[in-house]
Design a protein around this ligand. Structure first.
Ligand code: NAD
Ligand code: WQD
Length: 340
């Protein structure tokens, strides 16, 4: 039995492949490398000493997907494949609806044709929109402010309908908070295209000298130091959460939304100072205006993941910064330097 990992060459996908292989699972990866490089998968092999099949295929390519299901004994799908840039999704919403929604629908149809009814889906805390903290799974969802977030919300709705119509499905909707960090080997990590829009990769590129200074988006929020607070989760913890979620959907017939976060928040300034400590350099920053759409404080209620999956994060902010710095300093240009 194998787990199909869509988007397995990406940031979270590659780290999850490592943890699945470490847990002795068989995996098959499908990715179109739209936002990643096959090099990441070679490094997954290097870290784990294990091999697996990988296919370059767009999940909207029904025939291609069918061949993958024909050639492999797949029992569960972890579905990471999707576009994730919030800003870009506002500029070209159709691209996001096409890739994320149509891609998921085709994947689900092929799964149904092959009798594969277990899925672990990459959802996001973004589905909670502007809500009361801590975000608990029973809160209302759908009050989302951008097309990217709406694709996550709509896909959650589709998956709920599928389960409602056929209780033989088993689905985990994993709502990630802010994944950061890198594998502790420094061989895989986040490899953003162009100038990063997220905080941690931006800080790391300032530290390594690729970017001049960070702009802190507002210091007048009603938080302890005035800067935005988020629930950061180490990508290896997140990956381990997926291994546990696969076990869960294999052993239950269910549809469960589950937060993957640490349950505590850190401010932008706390992140900057923690990073300065581990890299031994000053992170140059200036305070600018708030970024439109940003909320002051987001953090998870992480109790359901502990109750259902036995999952709890173990890597703290220090470790997240340390591993990010290790990856960034060893690979200042990400995987690009490996391109022949
Ligand atoms: P990523 O861009 O690094 O990985 C996504 C992977 O999917 C990439 O390798 C990309 O090439 C591939 N892909 C995209 N569209 C595809 C398609 N049509 N067919 C085949 N492959 C395709 O992103 P990530 O940070 O690893 O995120 C993984 C998933 O988790 C995404 O669905 C994202 O929306 C979700 N998520 C991410 C975050 C975050 O902050 N990183 C937070 C919440 C949810
Ligand atoms: C974190 C904090 C910023 C950059 C995004 C998506 C969300 C999810 C995770 C996918 C905020 C501040 C940032 C900078 C800054 N992705 N910041 N200067 O916005 O919490 O979440 O990624 O599902 O949907 O929206 O993450 O890393 O962009 O920001 O001051 O240059 O850092 O204002 O307080 P965010 P982020």
């Amino acid at each position: 039995m194998a787990i199909l990992v869509t988007g397995g060459a990406g940031f979270i996908g590659s780290h999850t492949c490592v943890e699945l292989l470490n847990a002795k699972e068989e995996i098959v990866v499908v990715d179109n490398y739209d936002n990643s490089l096959p090099e990441a998968l070679d490094r997954v092999r290097q870290i784990t000493g294990r091999d697996f099949r990988q296919y370059q295929c767009d999940i909207r390519d029904r025939e291609g997907l069918c061949r993958i299901f024909q050639d492999n004994d797949i029992d569960t799908v972890i579905h990471f494949a999707g576009l994730k840039a919030v800003g870009e999704s506002c500029e070209v919403p159709l691209k996001y609806y096409d890739n994320n929604m149509i891609g998921t629908i085709i994947l689900l149809e092929v799964m149904k044709d092959f009798g594969v009814k277990r899925m672990v889906f990459s959802s996001s805390a973004t589905v909670y929109g502007d809500n009361i903290v801590p975000y608990v799974e029973t809160l209302s969802t759908g009050n989302v402010t951008n097309p990217y977030g709406r694709t996550k919300y709509f896909i959650e709705c589709i998956l709920k309908d599928i389960y409602g119509a056929d209780h033989n499905w088993s689905i985990a909707l994993l709502r990630y908070f802010n994944p950061i960090g890198a594998h502790e080997s420094g061989l895989i990590g986040e490899n953003p295209n162009g100038i990063p829009s997220n905080l941690m990769p931006y800080v790391a590129q300032v530290a390594v000298g690729k970017l001049k200074e960070l702009v802190v988006f507002g210091d007048d929020y009603s938080t302890a130091d005035g800067t935005g607070v988020r629930d950061y989760i180490h990508v290896t913890d997140l990956a381990i959460g997926h291994v546990k979620a696969v076990d869960y959907v294999r052993n239950h017939r269910c549809l469960e939304a589950i937060n993957l976060g640490s349950g505590r928040g850190y401010s932008v300034l706390e992140v900057i100072h923690a990073f300065e400590k581990v890299c031994g350099k000053k992170i140059h920053y200036r305070v600018g205006p708030r970024r439109p759409g940003d909320l002051p404080i987001i953090y998870a209620d992480a109790k359901k993941a502990e109750r259902l999956l036995g999952f709890k994060t173990t890597r703290d902010l220090d470790k997240m910064c340390k591993d990010t710095w290790n990856w960034q300093s060893k690979n200042p240009n990400g995987y690009e330097q490996e391109k022949k």
